[in-house]
Write a protein that binds this ligand. Structure first.
Ligand SMILES: [Fe+2]
Length: 410
């Protein structure tokens, strides 16, 4: 029953781990910057940090000011005017259906809370000299070039991302946001370029990248979980990386599927409703963090309670000229291919290679189309440690009539 092995073009890519890659002084400076940012929304609200030409593929519904998003699949958009598929709808659906790499059997609300880690994106690297130093250190450049293809050795640093997991949270299996020459998260919902790359029809347009994942928490206890899991083998079994503080893992996360085990799995995790404004807010006077949901305090944490990572990314280009050509287009915000054109190309591939019926694809809802695209082009691995890999506890969300049965066992 546990099939769904990772496609071969996503296997065998280089992954390196460097212990104590970041010095103690830099570590402390980064933690200071983190605290100085004060407010960390959940990753479900990451559109606060950038704009997207097409926020959705046509599935949107107006947001009900009283009830929020009533469709079980949709969440509020950044402006809280529409309900749209979550930006990482691909990984959320897989996590809900199979319960992640731990094969969890939990209801929708608990799983949604487990995957809503907290984060902030920084695209203006120049504002933070300590981060610039990280990117331009000889050590990082040398290590990053080992991850970039041999013919693409021009690095293009483009993003920092702080991620905080509170006890009980986890990272579902996923591929990172994909950059294609004419399609990124700035033009389309983040899941769509990931699907485009997975389809294989844009192979020549994929931009390789390298990400460093630096661990910024200060605990060193391997029994707390939160281990990075990397799917690089032709079965569903991952390799694990222990998140030692100041260590950095390097890989192209858009080419290698990865996840994390649950961090402090036995701790209490408050429910974070999907329609609420959920955030972590730092209180400088007491040096503590408040977990707030629609401004109501649900819990309080010390910084040492968290699993904290800093992800920093560079793109890999063949030449300076190709890098400049991409940046010029990317900054211009022009010549964005209409989302319908992209969907049309993907539908054509579904028909040609996977036997779908064109008329059906044209008539189904956009939510159903998104499901068909992710099911076909993004096959995330299934949990191996569960006898039944399916998370039957979330089935009532898909089939509400089963609620009464699963309330007894979940
Ligand atoms: Fe990732």
């Amino acid at each position: 029953m546990t099939k769904n092995y990772v496609e071969t073009h996503l296997l065998g890519h280089r992954v390196d781990f460097y212990p104590e890659f970041i010095d103690e002084k830099t570590h402390q400076e980064l933690l200071k910057i983190l605290k100085g940012m004060k407010v960390f929304p959940t990753n479900a609200q990451d559109l606060q940090f950038y704009n997207t030409t097409y926020e959705h593929i046509g599935e949107s519904e107006p947001l009900d000011p009283e009830l929020g998003c009533t469709s079980r699949y949709l969440v509020p958009n950044a402006a809280r005017t529409l309900c749209i598929l979550p930006n990482r709808f691909d990984l959320a659906k897989h996590f809900m259906t199979y319960g992640g790499i731990d094969g969890l059997k939990e209801n929708f609300e608990m799983l949604a809370s487990r995957m809503q880690s907290f984060g902030r994106y920084i695209f203006d690297i120049k504002d933070y000299p300590v981060m610039e130093n990280l990117f331009y250190s000889e050590e990082f450049i040398r290590s990053a070039k080992k991850i970039c293809p041999i013919n693409k050795q021009v690095l293009d640093p483009f993003q920092f991302h702080f991620i905080i997991q509170i006890p009980g949270q986890t990272l579902p299996v996923h591929l990172d946001a994909q950059y294609l020459e004419h399609a990124t998260r700035f033009q389309y919902p983040t899941w769509l370029p990931v699907v485009m790359a997975g389809s294989g029809i844009y192979q020549d347009n994929v931009i390789d990248q390298v990400q460093g994942v630096a661990y910024l928490h200060e605990w060193n206890d391997t029994s707390l979980g939160g281990h990075l899991s990397i799917y690089n083998k032709d079965n569903n079994n991952p390799d694990y990386e222990i998140p030692y503080p100041r260590g950095v893992g390097l890989m192209d996360g858009a080419k290698t599927m990865h996840a994390s085990t649950v961090f402090r799995p036995n701790d209490h995790l408050p429910i974070l409703p999907k329609n609420a404004k959920n955030e972590l807010v730092y209180q400088e006077d007491d040096d503590i963090w408040e977990l707030r949901s629609d401004d109501k305090v649900l819990n309080k944490y010390q910084t040492t309670d968290f699993r904290i990572t800093l992800v920093y990314r560079s793109r890999c280009f063949e030449s300076e000229e190709k890098r400049q050509r991409f940046l010029k287009w990317h900054k211009s915000g022009e010549n964005v291919r209409p989302v319908e054109v992209v969907l049309d190309e993907l539908k054509t591939e579904l028909v040609k290679k996977y036997g779908y019926n064109r008329e059906s694809l044209d008539s189904i809802s956009k939510i159903d189309l998104a499901n068909a695209l992710t099911d076909t082009f993004l096959k995330y691995p299934l949990p191996t440690n569960a006898i039944i890999p399916l998370n039957y506890c979330a089935l009532p969300v898909i089939f509400p009539s089963t609620q009464i049965i699963f309330d007894w066992i979940c």
